[in-house]
Design a binder for this molecule. Structure first.
Ligand code: LLP
Length: 438
């Protein structure tokens, strides 16, 4: 099938889709729906493509895209570092057995407790996001009698053309030290004065779901110029530069992201040219893709329930999940390709509106999904590229248990995330009186 689908997804002679050599119907029967099916081959292949495309560069997986113990173990096995953005993600990485030295810690408002744990376990790099945080890191490290290895997060003033909610590199942003206001330089000077902080480099992430190479090249150039300025005007020589994540992926057949090899080549060529122009040695580089590693590997399997045909208006197809397992269509008007998976298509396709089961009209899975006219309750459909920012942003809205996830490869199925039970849903609730058993 390929295109938007995981690498091993294929349609058998009977029309049923299988992934990793396992038919979706079999997975649905054994594990229930909705279900995230992760193609292990696809996921490992994308890790390898990044390591090859960015040879000589550290590749960190931005675990915010999907942070589970098993996934982090797999990505760690592939030689990627792990970027975490909260104490919870850090904890998950530690439980997964990731070497703390391979962890990069982000966040615009890390708490003192989060910073203390990071310093205590010896996280590889803490990416300091603000002046307040710089002082907090210094205080935490001083109290523990340790030194903290840090980068500064810079807001480079690059306006990537992507959804407003996933842009981060422009000046008016809550993230980082604004370059154009001179804040990045001030922060570097201040960090340099601190006794328990080792300022090793800079970081800049310009946004997400970006398709061309130009914004990434511009980011590299701007950041290298800053490195040169810090060296020339402040005598601060920094040897590390992280250029963030953000390369887009295919959610629909209309998306055309740049291949990793070309992306890597464009960035590394720009880095080398700019370094030569500025008389800089190439810093130790890193990138931190999230979506591009895990997004395309995964499909969500839903079962079709109610089909409501409104002649002259539209056909609504309701599935057994929705905005609680994939908030992206509601939040970003994101579009994910949809296909009938449990059998072949016997009727012509018609545009259908696939919706979830939540009590909300905005609970959309896909508008204008081309599905066969004979679609019926009990059919299974798959939604493409749901590995990134689906489970990671899932909720229990309407008290829906969150789906499970399985890893499939060569006919073998391994559970990655356990499906929530009804009891899980009330686990945090504190009753005010004893309730009748029922
Ligand atoms: N590094 C930093 C500092 C980031 O903030 C992010 C994403 C990444 C790396 C990874 O970006 P990626 O390669 O995955 O695009 N929930 C949104 C995406 C939010 C991205 C937040 N930061 C979505 O579903 O599209």
């Amino acid at each position: 099938m390929h295109g938007v689908w995981p690498l091993t997804a294929e349609r058998g002679d009977d029309g049923e889709v299988s992934i990793g050599g396992v038919a979706v119907g079999e997975l649905a029967r054994a594990h229930g729906t909705p279900l995230w099916v992760v193609d292990e081959h696809d996921l490992r292949e994308r890790c390898r493509q990044y390591r090859e495309g960015f040879a000589g560069v550290d590749v960190a997986y931005a675990s915010k895209a999907w942070c589970t113990v098993g996934l982090l173990q797999l990505v760690d096995e592939e030689g990627l570092l792990i970027d975490v953005a909260s104490g919870g993600e850090l904890h998950t990485a530690l439980v997964a057995g990731v070497d703390p030295a391979n962890v990069i810690f982000h966040g615009n408002n890390k708490s003192v407790a989060e910073l203390a744990r990071a310093v205590e376990v010896g996280v590889g790099r803490i990416v300091v996001d603000s002046f307040d945080e710089l002082e907090r890191v210094e205080a935490v490290a001083a109290e523990q009698g340790r030194r903290a290895a840090i980068w500064l997060r810079v807001t480079p003033g690059i306006d990537a053309h992507t959804h407003e909610y996933v842009r981060t590199g422009h000046d008016d942003s809550k993230f980082g030290f604004t370059l154009s206001l001179g804040l990045a330089e001030q922060a570097a000077v201040r960090a340099h004065e601190l006794a328990h902080v080792d300022l090793l480099g800079l970081h800049a992430h310009i946004g997400s779901q970006i398709f061309g190479t130009d914004p990434f090249v511009a980011n590299a150039e701007v950041m290298l110029e800053l490195l040169a300025r810090l060296r020339d005007e402040h005598g601060i020589a920094l040897g590390e530069l992280n250029l963030g994540g953000g390369m887009g992926i295919r959610y629909t057949h209309e998306d055309h992201p740049v291949e990793v090899a070309r992306y890597g080549k464009a960035v590394l060529e720009a880095v080398d040219e700019t370094c030569a122009r500025l008389g800089l040695e190439r810093p130790r580089l890193s990138v931190e893709p999230g979506r591009a590693i895990v997004g395309p590997s995964t499909v969500t399997v839903y079962e079709v329930g109610t089909i409501k045909r409104l002649p002259g208006l539209r056909t609504y197809v309701s599935v057994d999940g929705g905005m609680s397992d994939n908030i992206r269509p509601a939040l970003y008007e994101a579009e994910h390709e949809v296909a009938l998976a449990s059998r072949g298509e016997e009727a012509d396709r018609e545009p259908m509106t696939v919706v979830g089961k939540h009590c909300e009209s905005g609970d959309l899975v896909r508008e204008h999904a081309p599905l066969p006219g004979d679609l019926r309750p009990g059919d299974l459909i798959v939604v493409a590229a749901t590995g990134a920012y689906n489970d990671a942003m899932a909720s229990n809205y309407n008290r829906l248990p969150r789906p499970g996830a399985v890893l499939v490869r060569d006919g073998r199925v391994r559970e990655l995330v356990r499906r929530e039970t009804m009891d899980d849903l009330v686990r945090r609730d504190v009753p005010l009186r004893s309730s009748r058993p029922g």
